[in-house]
Design a protein around this ligand. Structure first.
Ligand code: ADP
Length: 320
């Protein structure tokens, strides 16, 4: 059984990271294990910016978005020398295991530390993109999707008032999950995702026909990785007489108080991660799949690309 572990949050922040870190810390403390909090991800590990946590240090954070530990992107971690230094900084404090809460990139960085030094690692998927292989949920995706829905509801009001086409650009460089679920639940007419080909000419002809048949307004949700919302908007405006507007949601999607789903799941995943790490498990990521907690091999999680759920893609077409 491990006696001392550390937690960090890394990469893009997501609502629920706090709930996850809190659960890891409190579970470890409950089990009589020391917990270190590393500030600002791998950057803080290299700068030796870390402290031992007490239970009260993770109080009053479950309701907050962002991460009380801070997060960062760290180029040096991508070098073998950076990881050697990071490993040394853990060892000299007697830290025997590390829980990394972050997205695809952060988990990849963690996997390398585990592979190169045999250092015990457990990962938690903290990303609004819901793009970690082997699971259908990542911490923060529910809050982000709800933020988008809130925006869609408001955009519908103004789109309807003016008979406009509204193009909403949402986050998702490599993954269209956010666009797809928010498009389905927001009743969008078109959903454009990086995983699927799209034809702007056809969409424009199609929506023009719909307007001629009396359609009052149209909502297009586009993932940033598929196309620029502005370019889609410009194309439609240039090729039709329909008033077209673009809205780019940006970083609003990352913030906000986490939803019940994100809080409960982050707490449960944090508990499982801490128990696994303490008991000597390594090289796994905990996530949710089909309503249950699952542990996925860390190497597999970072070396496979998650696909969009074909049932959701089909549903989007049926409901259009
Ligand atoms: P996210 O974790 O949200 O996907 P990034 O992809 O920016 O965010 O990754 C966060 C950090 O994880 C990077 O700044 C870097 O320190 C580390 N990282 C990402 N990819 C790698 C890699 N291939 N090798 C080592 N470290 C990596």
């Amino acid at each position: 059984m491990l006696k001392s572990i550390a937690i960090m949050t890394s990469g893009g922040d997501s609502p629920g990271m706090n709930a996850a870190a809190r659960a890891v810390a409190r579970t470890a403390l409950y089990e009589g294990v020391k917990v270190w909090g590393i500030n600002d991800g791998y950057h803080g590990l290299l700068e030796e910016d870390m402290r031992e946590l007490e239970s009260k240090d993770v109080g009053d954070i479950i309701q907050r978005g962002g991460t009380f530990l801070g997060t960062a992107r760290c180029k040096r971690w991508q070098t073998p020398e950076g990881r050697r230094q990071g490993h040394e900084n853990l060892i000299k404090r007697g830290i025997e295991g590390l829980c990394v809460i972050g997205g695809d990139g952060s988990l990849r960085g963690a996997q390398l530390l585990s592979e190169e030094y045999g250092f015990p690692i457990v990962g938690l998927p903290g990303t609004i993109d819901n793009d970690v292989w082997g699971m259908d949920y990542t911490i923060g995706c529910d809050t982000a999707a709800n933020t988008i829905i809130d925006a869609i509801n408001k955009l519908r009001d103004t789109a309807s008032a003016h008979r406009r086409v509204i193009v909403l650009e949402v986050m998702g460089r490599g993954s269209g999950w956010l666009a797809l679920v928010s498009g389905i639940s927001g009743g969008a007419e078109y959903i454009i995702v990086p995983e699927e080909e799209f034809n702007i000419e056809e969409i424009t002809k199609d929506l023009s026909r719909a307007y001629e048949h009396g359609k009052r307004y149209i909502l297009i949700v586009v993932a940033e990785g598929a196309a620029s919302g502005q370019e889609i908007c410009d194309y439609i405006a240039k090729h039709t007489d329909i008033e077209t507007r673009v809205s780019v949601l940006g970083h609003i999607q990352r913030g906000g108080s986490p939803t019940v789903i994100d809080r409960v799941r982050a707490s449960q995943l944090g508990e499982q991660a801490a128990l696994a790490l303490i008991s000597g498990l390594s090289g796994v990521v905990f996530g949710y799949s089909k309503g249950h907690v699952v542990s996925v091999n860390l190497y597999d999680a970072v070396n496979n690309k998650k696909k969009l759920d074909p049932d959701y893609l089909h549903l989007a077409k049926v409901l259009f």
